[in-house]
Write a protein that binds this ligand. Sequence first.
Ligand SMILES: C[S@@+](CC[C@H](N)C(=O)[O-])C[C@H]1O[C@@H](n2cnc3c(N)ncnc32)[C@H](O)[C@@H]1O
Length: 437
Amino acid sequence: MISKKGMAKRHHNQTGNLQSLFLRMEELVLANSGEDEFEEVFKLLIAKLWDERSQQSRFHCYSTNEATFAAITKLMQQAEKEWPGVLNEVKSRLTPEHLSICVEAISKHTISNDSLDVIDSFFEFIVSKSAKSSKGQYFTPRHVVELCVRILEPASHEMILDPACGSGGFLLHTLRFVRRNEELNNLEEVQRFCSEKLWGFDIDARATRVAKALMLLAGDGSSNIIRLNSLLKSEMVGLFNNTDDPNLTIEDVCRSRMKRYKGFDVILTNPPFAGEIRENYFLNCYTVANKKHRVERDILFMERCIELLKPGGRLAIVLPHNKFAGNSFSFLREWILKKARVLAVIGLGRHTFLPHTHQKASILFLQKSHPSTKLLPDYNIFFAISERDGKNSKGQFILRKPYFEVDNDWDIVDHDFSEITENFARFLIQENIRFGE
Ligand SMILES: C[S@@+](CC[C@H](N)C(=O)[O-])C[C@H]1O[C@@H](n2cnc3c(N)ncnc32)[C@H](O)[C@@H]1O
């Protein structure tokens, strides 16, 4: 049940146990350990999850601190073997004594009893404690993610991508949408969908590990979450001399993992709002850089997404509002209109991304044109402005009244996105637009 006083973070009550557990461990040992709190807690949580999943009941304190350390290390090793790439190391950096204190606390909690939203929300809580909002690394609010998914309606036969996947919010909600919409309940089908159709890339190692962990929990199987620079294109690769790093592109990875890669049907993404690219080998390979010496990363993401889509493929991209209105970005807008049919623009409220950034943002939805298509004649575009973004000026969620006993942001956060999706569905009918055909 959700607290009537609102919540500083998502699902305050439900994550309450995990959060207070973390705060207690922080108080007792983590703050003084000198180690990275996120990494140490993440390793322990994965070991605990593996213990619960494999029904071993070995995550507890033993007669000595050393024996506890050895047992937990074994669980971490097994988890990494079963779920490769989720842990960056399979040994705690805490002393056996400190580790035992944490194990004692965590062993009383059954993580499998928590819903996925609760775990997702807890990861957000611990990630944001070491957050890099200034680098554009924050979780996209889950009701915004859900809005994008409901508008684009991805299907299980489609190839779906987030090239800046962070914690995997768009992939997670796509999986849930597809399961719900198509009544995909068979575990094998769910696993196949995750391992063949859902793709996530991110440059940040921590983000990709969190995304992998969440997708493992949601899809109960392997997933295609890979760390790489999504802006890299094959024509640039020869320009790098670093032989230790293979500098793979998204296309390289997809071609190596599937027989016939032809691009993506659906891309849902929220590229970082901050950061500029100045390297010429990037700028020279992007038309939208328009011969400039420095360009914002999100602009390059825009071009890269359209490039990665199949003709007819659909894109939802969250961008800072200046890209839609500023004079200096008219070149970008003209370029987009030559490459795609714009379906919709949804303006988000100014508090939506607080407390991470004050930037006002909008979501652009489009469908890639066939390469032979010239500039499309005039057509209708769906415009909407959200007037209830579900957050207050401190970035805290505003909850709906009466308070529901549910645990997903779409139902509990006070937003007006349902009206927007209903109006958009009517627009699609009026315009005779059908997705996925
Ligand atoms: C706003 S966050 C995305 C959050 C994500 N939607 C979620 O819900 O967690 C932007 C992400 O872009 C990633 N990123 C930035 N530059 C990148 C690049 N060149 N290639 C791949 N990922 C990149 C960042 O590491 C960050 O995780």
